[in-house]
Design a protein around this ligand. Structure first.
Ligand code: ADP
Ligand code: MG
Ligand code: ZN
Length: 478
């Protein structure tokens, strides 16, 4: 490969504040009737005055802390001017020259185990635009201003990524971070985390950057990677044939599997940025900064390390358990209370995850409390119940929310621990199936499984298969 790709991302996250960025209108979802969560400020009426949302500032300071940014104690809001129906004021209030924070970093761990630091250029506060709905073939556009003025943070990376996979890993990591912080819902499909990707290519060894194109609105990890891959190949082809890459803004067209032109890339001067005269400098105090730091809590990477250390789990298991905040909160309480941590980790990732996926809920909505699950898992590891029974009991717990003891006593499913009782049942089964015993003795070892099945049936699974296996072998071979 003679070329390398260079990728920088701009990510907008919608903040989960109660109210909008510069007015007291509520932040609402798309289930609320259009144009009902609006007021003179967010509709851009003349004379209405914006007031910055304290909570949004707090969230930005939390993110700045988590990304190890340098915080600007005085930052400035600016007007970014452009004309579009989704922007009633004719400008967006954002931050330009002095953002709330800059110079941060995010550590990526790639699937092959290598690590990489992506530098964060800046994070800044701004307001969202309204949402346009293009009806029919596009003659009619309807605008819903409920989203207009919703607080956003834009996170701008340095052009530090070299492959579509690195870009996707960066987005995943950032999404995990902002959802752990609880400042954004992080749902790309719903548009509350939006990714714009800038990409260029250059000859390996070359230090200056090539001409980039910008890919807008990549609303899934798959599209992000496909669009980048397509664009990288397109750039290389152009350069190879002696042509130039044009600075453009493109969209990914999933149906055609290619990028299509949206507009030629605007220059920053097109926006005629100037300081917002209606808002004073944004001043943050040391108290605000330390309060934000307190609210950051345990970061995903720190939690992964702690799970590895305290529960003696592999990185792979710890990472899977910590994928989301709610699941790892749940897992943490289970793991703390169980004896066999590794078995519990696997149970969480298979059985608990299955229920979560089936019911499409999050871990905090599970009817089984972590403490009850821990009890069940301890009974399993103590050999009081078998695995098939534990699964059945867990299923019932997840349906009814009943406690382990209640279910176990109602199912009468404690394990038959008495070896002489198991022996009796094994003898019965062998007597009832004399033919199969003869076959086994003649060398057809395959019928062993048949005997196991019969015994399990007779005991309704209430025996430890390992014990049965041992006794059965002794009887048949002895
Ligand atoms: P704009 O003014 O268009 O927003 P910026 O200079 O702010 O441009 O950069 C926006 C994003 O594009 C940043 O994430 C940056 O890392 C990335 N970027 C800038 N130049 C290039 C390039 N030549 N190739 C790839 N990414 C780039
Ligand atoms: Mg930009
Ligand atoms: Zn409003």
């Amino acid at each position: 490969m003679k070329y390398e790709a260079v990728i920088g991302l701009e990510i907008h996250i919608q903040l989960t504040t109660r109210t909008k960025m510069f007015c007291s209108c509520p932040v609402v979802g798309y289930d609320v009737p259009p144009n009902t969560a609006v007021c003179p400020v967010c509709l851009g009426m003349p004379g209405a005055l914006p007031v910055p949302n304290k909570k949004a500032v707090h969230y930005a300071l939390m993110l700045a802390n988590a990304l190890k940014c340098k915080i600007n104690k005085r930052s400035i809001f600016a007007r970014k001017n452009y004309f579009y129906p989704d922007l009633p004021k004719g400008y967006q209030i954002t931050q330009d020259e002095i953002p709330i924070a800059e110079d941060g970093k995010l550590l990526l761990r790639l699937p092959d185990g290598t690590q990489k630091i992506v530098r964060i250029r800046r994070i800044h506060l701004e307001e969202d635009a309204a949402k346009s709905y293009h009806i029919g073939t596009g003659e009619i556009t309807l605008v819903d201003f409920n989203r207009c003025g919703v607080p956003l943070i834009e996170i701008v990376s340095e052009p530090d990524m070299r492959t579509p996979l690195e870009a996707a890993t960066y987005v995943m990591k950032l999404r995990q971070l902002v959802t752990y912080l609880g400042i954004c819902a992080g749902d790309m499909e719903k548009g509350n985390l939006r990714v714009d990707a800038n990409v260029s290519v250059r000859k390996i060894g070359q230090t200056e950057l090539g001409t980039r194109t910008e890919l807008k609105n990549l609303n899934s990890f798959r599209f992000l990677q496909k669009a980048l891959q397509y664009e990288i190949e397109r750039h290389i082809k152009l350069l190879e044939s002696g042509e130039k890459v044009e600075k453009q803004t493109l969209l990914w067209d999933e149906h055609q599997s290619k990028t299509v032109l949206m507009r030629t890339k605007e220059e920053s001067s097109d926006y005629r940025y100037f300081p917002e005269p209606d808002i004073l400098e944004l001043v943050v105090t040391d108290d605000q900064i330390s309060n934000a730091e307190k609210d950051v809590g345990e970061l995903p990477d720190e939690r992964i390390e702690r799970f590895m250390r305290s529960y003696n789990l592999s990185r792979e298991l710890a990472e899977s358990l910590c994928a989301t905040k709610s699941f790892s909160d749940y897992a943490d309480r289970v793991l703390e209370a169980v004896k066999d941590k590794k078995a519990a980790a696997n149970w969480l990732l298979v059985e608990v995850m299955r229920i979560i996926n089936e019911k499409n809920i999050s871990a905090d909505e599970l009817k089984v409390s972590p403490e009850e699950l821990a009890k069940l898992l301890n009974m399993l590891s103590d050999g009081e119940i078998t695995r098939p029974i534990a699964k059945k009991v867990f299923k019932r717990m997840a349906e009814s929310g009943d406690r382990v003891e209640e279910i176990i006593s109602s199912m009468q499913v404690k394990v038959i621990n008495d070896d002489s009782q198991i022996e009796k049942i094994v003898d019965e089964v062998l007597q009832e199936n004399a033919d199969a015993v003869r076959k086994y003795k003649a060398g057809k070892k395959g019928v062993f499984g048949f005997f196991m099945g019969q015994i399990m049936k007779k005991t309704r699974g209430q025996v430890d298969p390992k014990v049965v296996n041992k006794i059965l072998l002794e009887k048949l071979e002895g």
